[in-house]
Design a protein around this ligand. Structure first.
Ligand code: SAH
Length: 302
């Protein structure tokens, strides 16, 4: 999964109608704006520390960063933007939208400063392991085809994901800041096979065309919570994306956008529904926050 996704992202921009999948920031500017507003509010209530920076994991085309930073700048946040991104193709796209960004290969080299960090649909792309009745499931070759070497009731874990969360939480604990993670997944660890492969906006054969399809797995937010708590960081409740965006005022933002661009009213309302509708992205996607013990609770979680 790690090797396939590394190749997949290094060799294309998979986002958009012509690609394999679409993400919330690509649907509407309102998504990044709500993230920017939530981070700006937290930063201000923390005393607006001048040394804080914006950080993002897996920023895709840089759209979320551009929209969030527009709101943060309006709130007088002047910190630099730091991106953890493996793909050279996507780094170029990010540089077009955020020319002053700084790039990192991994979380380890992010500056030791208070972070306003966001990761949207990043953790689902990190590699998981699967176990069938306690034995790790592997991929083998049968004839010319890839195949799983065992079946049975599947459980999953993701040491890579746990490490990433623990590293972020430790950095927040040591230097201050807040992190928002948005992804699809479940509140409680539970058995089940959540690995999926997507190509051209459709599910594809799991082991077909390695490196040419997007491999993801649902995020186990109970594991995220555990990994974050080991370093003493505070963890919010896990809330549906639709509820969180509405509490932040996305409906009012949609009204203002529609008023300013009357010809786009239908598009704005469709985008609002797509992000918040329980039958669309509103319930499947969830938001969780981690923050330093001496930073305030971010809004939208209670
Ligand atoms: N956050 C963006 C893109 C999501 S796709 C959006 O919402 O539109 C996943 C992103 O994570 C891509 O930018 C991909 O290149 C990056 N990525 C995946 N695995 C990574 C890894 N191990 N290290 C750094 N970046 C990674």
């Amino acid at each position: 999964m790690e090797a396939c996704n590394a190749y997949y992202y290094a060799t294309r921009d998979p986002l958009g109608a012509a690609g394999d999948f679409i993400t919330a920031p690509e649907v509407t500017q309102m998504f990044g704006e709500m993230i920017g507003a939530a981070l700006a509010d937290c930063w201000k209530r923390a005393g607006a520390p001048g040394e804080a920076i914006y950080a993002e994991l897996g920023p895709g085309r840089g759209t979320l960063a551009r929209d969030a930073l527009r709101v943060l700048r309006a709130a007088r946040f002047t910190g630099a933007a730091h991106f953890v991104e493996a793909s050279p193709v996507l780094r170029r796209a990010q540089k077009d939208l955020v020319p002053a960004g700084r790039w990192h290969d991994s979380i380890d080299t992010l500056p030791r400063r208070p972070l306003l960090l966001v990761a949207n649909e990043f953790f689902d792309a990190l590699p998981i392991r699967q176990f069938a009745r306690g034995v790790e499931r592997c991929v083998t070759v049968i004839g010319d085809e890839l195949a799983f070497d065992r079946f049975g009731d599947i459980t999953e874990d993701s040491p890579v994901r746990d490490r990433a969360v623990a590293d972020i939480a430790a950095t927040l604990g040591a230097n201050g800041g807040v992190a928002l993670f948005i992804d699809y997944g479940h509140d409680k660890s539970a058995p089940g096979d959540t690995l999926q492969s997507v190509r051209g906006h459709r599910f594809a054969a799991m082991l077909g065309d390695p490196g040419e399809q997007d491999l993801t797995a649902h995020v186990d937010f109970e594991a995220v919570r555990k990994a974050a708590s080991t370093s003493g960081a505070k963890v919010s409740a896990l809330v549906p994306q639709g509820d969180w965006l509405r509490r932040l005022g996305i409906a009012r933002r949609a009204e203002a956008l529609a008023r300013a661009n009357p010809d786009q009213e239908d598009d704005v309302n469709a985008a609002l529904e797509r992000l918040t509708g329980p039958d669309q992205m509103g319930a499947l996607f969830k938001v969780i926050a981690i923050h330093a013990p001496d930073w305030p609770d971010p809004v939208g979680f209670a």
